[in-house]
Design a protein around this ligand. Structure first.
Ligand SMILES: Nc1ncnc2c1ncn2[C@@H]1O[C@H](COP(=O)(O)OP(=O)(O)OP(=O)(O)O)[C@@H](O)[C@H]1O
Ligand SMILES: [Mg+2]
Ligand SMILES: [Zn+2]
Length: 382
């Protein structure tokens, strides 16, 4: 029998990640004290901030990890709060010693692929596409972050079922909200109170975007998806200035009028020196309730995405593919309303299948961290 020791408890705690930062609590300086008395272990864990929404989860994870050790009958977890100096140390550690605020995704060596989901007009399904694409990409094993930059709607958190959650803030560093393998930050979460009406004008929008990109601790991401406000407004300009390397995905419906405005969004992207990565046609058709999916009822007409892609291709001189066509599906709307996106709620539906195919195509194209690790095999297994 191995004897219980502080080191063994510490080793066990190294398997517990902070739910928000997603790194071992032992590395983050969160394990303050370990005391062993017979078969009872007392662990003191320091939270980054007192109002940490993850305190129950952390208590449970710590208890479980220690209780699993041989010779332990009782685990007591005490929660404390980091001092200002401890927080400062953590912040410096997370930033890798970087003193000034900068946008990590805009750095030359960044491995994070940034996708800006744009549309000419509202209500075409941008947020639905963003959320479901992000989840489908995470399913392929990528680390994915979502920024809800839509100042008019900010519907992304609700679509993911975290509409009421606020991010934890460690001094001037903000932790994105973890949900379903994603990390999420919304411009709506930056407002002090939800009822407060904010007139988002140019400079303020710019500050909000920079804050979401540089003050938020994203960690290593393979992909970052941004849900932009509809149209070609200030947010698109800010994004172009701060993240020229973002790839713009244009969402449109099959309608001719929608296609026209979608083209404008694409042109805007190119003016900001961003590449248009492709076009998504949403609400593409309705599967006939009588004949099944072979009979596609074109509720909103047809040809929208093809037209946008062809126009942009001609204008820019590079290939602009139609990435996918998502049918009208009541489950998609319902999933959004209930905070259970269709990709996870009805994974076999034609809409979810199409979204997953798009995510796989994009993930395959991205030069993500996951891709870079391929081919590394531990020597003793070769
Ligand atoms: N393929 C679809 N089938 C059925 N309903 C859909 C589909 N796509 C989107 N919807 C529904 O249409 C509404 C608008 O979608 P969504 O909010 O994603 O669009 P948006 O472009 O982000 O809108 P906004 O401009 O308001 O931000 C939502 O209620 C959503 O659930
Ligand atoms: Mg939206
Ligand atoms: Zn039919």
């Amino acid at each position: 029998m191995t004897t219980l020791s502080v080191d063994r408890v510490r080793d066990a705690l190294a398997g517990v990640n902070d739910p928000e930062i997603k790194r071992p609590i032992t590395e983050l300086g969160m394990v303050d004290d370990i005391a062993i008395q017979g078969d009872r272990v007392d662990v003191k864990v320091l939270l980054t901030v007192a109002a940490c929404p993850m305190r129950d989860r952390l208590t449970k994870d710590v208890s479980a990890a220690v209780a699993a050790l041989e010779g332990v009958r009782d685990v007591q977890v005490e929660l404390g709060v980091m001092s200002d100096e401890q927080r400062q140390g953590l912040r410096e550690q997370l930033r890798g010693g970087q003193a000034t605020r900068e946008i990590p995704f805009a750095q030359p060596g960044s491995l994070t692929k940034v996708y800006a989901i744009a549309s000419g007009k509202g209500g075409v399904g941008k947020s639905s596409v963003t959320v479901n694409l992000a989840l489908a990409m995470a399913e392929t094993g990528l680390k994915v972050g979502v920024v809800d930059a839509d100042v008019y709607g900010h519907s992304v958190p609700a679509m993911l079922g975290v509409g009421d959650q606020r991010p934890t803030q460690v001094d001037d560093m903000i932790m994105p909200v973890p949900v379903m393998d994603l990390k999420v930050m919304s411009v709506g979460m930056l407002k002090p109170r939800r009822e407060q009406v904010v007139a988002w004008r140019g400079p303020m929008l710019d500050r909000a975007l920079v804050q979401m990109l540089s003050d938020v601790y994203w960690g290593d991401l393979d992909a970052l998806l941004l849900d932009l406000p509809p149209g070609t407004g200030d947010m698109a300009i800010s994004l172009g200035q701060h993240l020229a390397n973002a790839e713009v995905i244009v969402v449109t419906t099959p309608q001719a009028a929608a296609a026209e405005v979608a083209e404008r969004a694409g042109t805007m992207a190119s003016m900001m020196h961003q590449r248009v990565g492709g076009v998504v046609e949403n609400m593409s058709y309705l599967a006939c309730p009588h004949c099944g999916p072979e009979h596609k009822i074109e509720v909103f007409g047809s040809g929208g995405a093809d037209r946008v892609a062809a126009t942009l291709e001609q204008r820019f001189g590079y290939d602009v593919p139609v990435l996918g066509r998502i049918p009208l599906d009541e489950q998609l709307r319902e999933g959004g309303d209930l905070g259970k996106p269709i990709v996870t709620a009805a994974p076999d539906s034609p809409a979810a299948t199409e979204l997953r195919q798009m995510a796989e195509a994009l993930a395959g194209r991205s030069r993500g961290l996951a891709g870079m690790q391929l081919g590394l095999t531990p020597a003793n297994q070769a």
